[in-house]
Write a protein that binds this ligand. Structure first.
Ligand code: TYM
Length: 326
């Protein structure tokens, strides 16, 4: 059976973009692949976090995974910082990665531009991500398109390491679904919907109340035209709504276009809002039950036990190949 892995950062409540781009994909794939899903808490501290908030968000993200339909029997679920080998292996990989490669990453360029006082962790972030992926010899990495460049770097690092030290890693591939690869901000549809957005009106969070969701979608930015057509360059707002509709209804973009031929923008918005609210209220009611459950710790304990054994073997293999032994 082919293997997949992905992770999400526990920085605040996840967005509709995270859900469509990553979690919904994992739910779909869990019956087809051997699945690994983790909480990328080490990645989240590349930007300052409030420690109390962070620890709450870690548990909350796990409950959200399950509420969204992730089955703990079909996924190895764990917290990245509890598996000590991820950061150790990251160091071995860092010493085989060039500064030039890291400084060219789009996400690094964007984030470091916003805050001149960035940490070195922000620069080396993609190497830790390569470590997360390469440890488990995965075939595919389901991510939104914003993470594609990082997965490609993981491939480059793996190929280089294999060449230098002999066969050590499987070469992974990004797995990006056509619908919903990038959900955009509702206020500024030229930007991706992001947890760190300055304007909360543009971002739907998985735990937003139904009225809040409806309000955000009904006031989403569109254009002065009247035709409902998928054209991300000239009609980014409408295209984003079509994309959300397609992803949640499991329809193709052109099917959605046909459904809304001769309809008004207001009708599209109303139907998108109905769809999002139906999907998210189901998740929310499961979440509020799960967050109190004792089952969460057991899932994490099982996950860390299983994944630590695999990661330890990979670490020993790498150390031996690199001459780090007595
Ligand atoms: P993160 O936490 O920023 O995002 C988690 C996942 O959500 C996807 N995503 C989106 N998809 C569609 N539209 C959007 N607006 C949107 N916003 C976010 C992201 O593409 C991602 O798949 N570095 C990663 C976490 C990570 C990881 C890994 C992922 C760490 N190690 C190893 C895969 C494999 C991150 O920060 O994702």
């Amino acid at each position: 059976m082919k293997r997949i892995l992905t992770g999400l950062q526990p920085t605040g409540i996840i967005t509709l973009g995270n859900y469509i781009g990553a979690i919904k994909q994992m739910v779909k794939y869990q019956d087809m692949y051997e699945s690994y899903l983790f909480i990328a808490d080490l990645h989240s501290i590349t930007i300052p976090q409030d420690p109390n908030e962070l620890s709450k968000n870690i548990k909350s993200l796990l409950a959200l995974y399950l509420a969204c339909g992730i089955d703990p029997k079909k996924n190895k679920i764990f917290i990245q910082s509890e598996n000590l080998y991820h950061a150790n292996i990251s160091w071995l990989l860092e010493c085989n990665t060039y500064y030039g490669e890291l400084s060219r990453m789009t996400q690094f360029k964007d984030k470091s531009r916003k805050n001149a006082n960035f940490t070195s962790g922000l620069l080396t972030y993609p190497v830790l991500m390569a470590s997360d992926i390469l440890i488990y010899d995965v075939d595919y990495v389901p991510v939104g398109i914003d993470q594609k460049q990082h997965v490609e770097l993981a491939r480059d690092i793996a190929i280089r390491f294999n060449k230098k030290f002999g066969e050590t890693f499987k070469i992974p591939e990004p797995l990006i679904s056509t619908e919903g690869t990038k959900i955009m901000d509702l206020v500024d549809p030229t930007k991706k919907m992001s947890k760190s957005s300055d304007n909360p009106k543009g971002v739907i969070r998985i735990l937003d109340e139904p009225e809040v969701i409806r309000k955000k979608i009904m006031s989403a930015t569109t254009d002065s035209d009247t035709i409902i057509k998928f054209d991300p360059i000239n009609k980014p707002g409408i295209s984003n709504l079509i994309n959300i509709y397609a992803s949640l209804s499991n329809k193709k973009i052109d099917e959605v276009e046909k459904l809304f031929v001769n309809k008004k923008y207001g009708e599209l918005k109303k139907e998108v809002a109905d769809l999002v609210i139906t999907e998210l209220t189901k998740i929310q009611s499961r979440y509020y039950e799960l967050i109190k459950s004792k089952e969460l710790d057991q899932i994490l304990d099982d996950g860390i036990k299983f994944t630590s054994e695999i990661a330890k073997k990979k670490y020993e293999l790498m150390k031996n190949k690199m001459g780090l032994h007595r």
